[in-house]
Design a protein around this ligand. Structure first.
Ligand SMILES: Cc1cc2nc3c(=O)[nH]c(=O)nc-3n(C[C@H](O)[C@H](O)[C@H](O)COP(=O)(O)OP(=O)(O)OC[C@H]3O[C@@H](n4cnc5c(N)ncnc54)[C@H](O)[C@@H]3O)c2cc1C
Length: 398
């Protein structure tokens, strides 16, 4: 089993080894994950049911708001701890996409950039898990090029009018609010600057249409239409000058916790493959004795551990507030975990032969989800662009 050790010897500052507290948290999250498990989540994904019991239990245990400040009801820990919880849930087959969106993206942005009044209004609900916030940046005609978004906010009296549309927005049906990335005219220059608005999901003028997806997740994706949607002035988070910094305060944690979720999925798949390879005999000995199966699984295990190290480095940099370094590490972690997620599920299916494609074992049903981290929240090609330009200083091609 690729289960991680739950005993740590010393409370060291080294981010690559669990402290005792982190080891206890890991065990707690693992137990919740195993209590619900793969079947529960897979069944919800198939039937369209919500994983509300799982979410509520995480909320009661204080696992939803782990990374948020205690003065607003959070756990006062960091992204590292939220990632530990997410990785263990996913490794049990019960990862929770809205942990990526609500506390990691929205909670991080508001905790750092919200006014005191906005923190009071949004953070306690997000931290306790009683309220969920979705996040909307992707647009049909902009995609990876978020500089090309055309959703526009126009100042109007004591508020703003927002017009435009978004796509692939997760969990809107469960959310109390959606944090919308729009463009707002700069009062000084007239240029359109990015701006973030926290919008209640029942705001008149907001329409959400579910998108049919092949990826098996209990959280649905939506197209959003903003038709002359009026929001009050205090829906604007931060100010125009800080919008890009604010965005990365949310997008870096998003990439890191999406990595944790991908790594958990990879662990789940490797565990299923290893269990099977130890038991299944077709030439008188377990199929795991054949190097044709053992070596690819060993490679998966090594690549999983390497990606996990990068994820922990990225989380530690986010927690230390070292945003520039965190950006590079978060991208690299997301790349590496996306690759091992796809590879591990593919290899697990191969290991199980025909059973790898059966409904009973569920691995083939993970295929689309195993590729998701290669595409979202940022595609591997855009990460390679980032590394080529920012880490290596190569010229930009687009
Ligand atoms: C299940 C799911 C949940 C999601 N949840 C959310 C959410 O909650 N909120 C939200 O805002 N978004 C969400 N997204 C959207 C996601 O972030 C985007 O799908 C992702 O950013 C890629 O954008 P795109 O799909 O438009 O692909 P495109 O940008 O159209 O890219 C298509 C292909 O072209 C490649 N490409 C594009 N530009 C370049 C380039 N310059 N160089 C090389 N290759 C390039 C890409 O890498 C990709 O392979 C979700 C997506 C999915 C599938």
């Amino acid at each position: 089993m690729t289960t991680k050790a739950t005993t740590a010897t010393a409370d060291i500052a080294n981010p690559i080894v669990d402290t005792d507290e982190q080891a206890q948290l890991r065990e707690l999250a693992r137990n919740v994950g195993r209590k619900y498990g793969f079947e529960y989540v897979a069944n919800a994904s198939k039937t369209g049911a919500k994983t509300t019991e799982l979410w509520n239990e995480l909320a009661e245990l204080g696992l939803v708001g782990l990374n948020l400040p205690t003065e607003y009801g959070g756990g006062g820990a960091g992204l590292t701890e939220l990632c530990i919880a997410q990785e263990e849930l996913s490794a049990a087959g019960a990862g929770v996409l809205m942990l990526v969106v609500s506390p990691a993206i929205n909670g991080s942005i508001i905790a750092q950039y919200g006014t005191e009044e906005q923190k009071q209004r949004y953070l306690p609900g997000i931290a306790s898990g009683e309220k969920i916030a979705a996040f909307a940046i992707t647009e049909p005609d902009a995609g990876s090029n978020s500089h090309a978004i055309t959703t526009t906010a126009t100042a109007d009296g004591d508020g703003f009018i927002i017009r435009g549309q978004k796509t692939f927005i997760s969990g809107v049906d469960q959310a109390e609010w959606v944090l919308v990335v729009a463009r707002l005219s700069d009062a000084k220059t007239g240029n359109l600057q990015p701006a973030l608005f926290m919008v209640p999901t029942d705001t008149p003028g907001l329409q959400a249409m579910p998108i049919e997806m092949e990826v098996r997740l209990p959280e649905q994706q939506f197209q959003l239409f903003f038709d002359d949607m009026r929001v009050p002035a205090d829906a604007l988070i931060g100010d125009g000058d800080t919008a890009l910094t604010m965005l990365f305060a949310g997008l870096n944690p998003e990439r890191v916790i999406a990595s944790a979720m991908a790594l958990g999925n990879a662990r789940y798949a490797i565990d299923r493959a290893v269990d099977y390879a130890k038991e299944r005999k077709v030439w008188g000995k377990p199929i795991g004795a054949h190097q044709g199966l053992a070596h690819p699984l060993a490679q998966c295990k090594i690549e999983l551990e390497l990606a996990d190290l990068m994820m922990r480095k990225a989380a530690a940099l986010v927690d230390a507030g070292r945003d520039a370094e965190a950006g590079e590490a978060a991208n690299m972690a997301k790349y590496a975990s996306g690759e091992i997620s796809a590879k591990a599920v593919d290899q697990a299916i191969q290991t199980l032969g025909g059973n790898g494609l059966s409904t009973e074992y569920g691995l083939a049903g993970m295929l689309a989800a195993s590729r998701l981290p290669r595409v979202a929240p940022v595609s591997r090609e855009m990460i390679l662009n980032f590394v080529a330009q920012h880490s290596l200083g190569l010229p930009r091609s687009y």
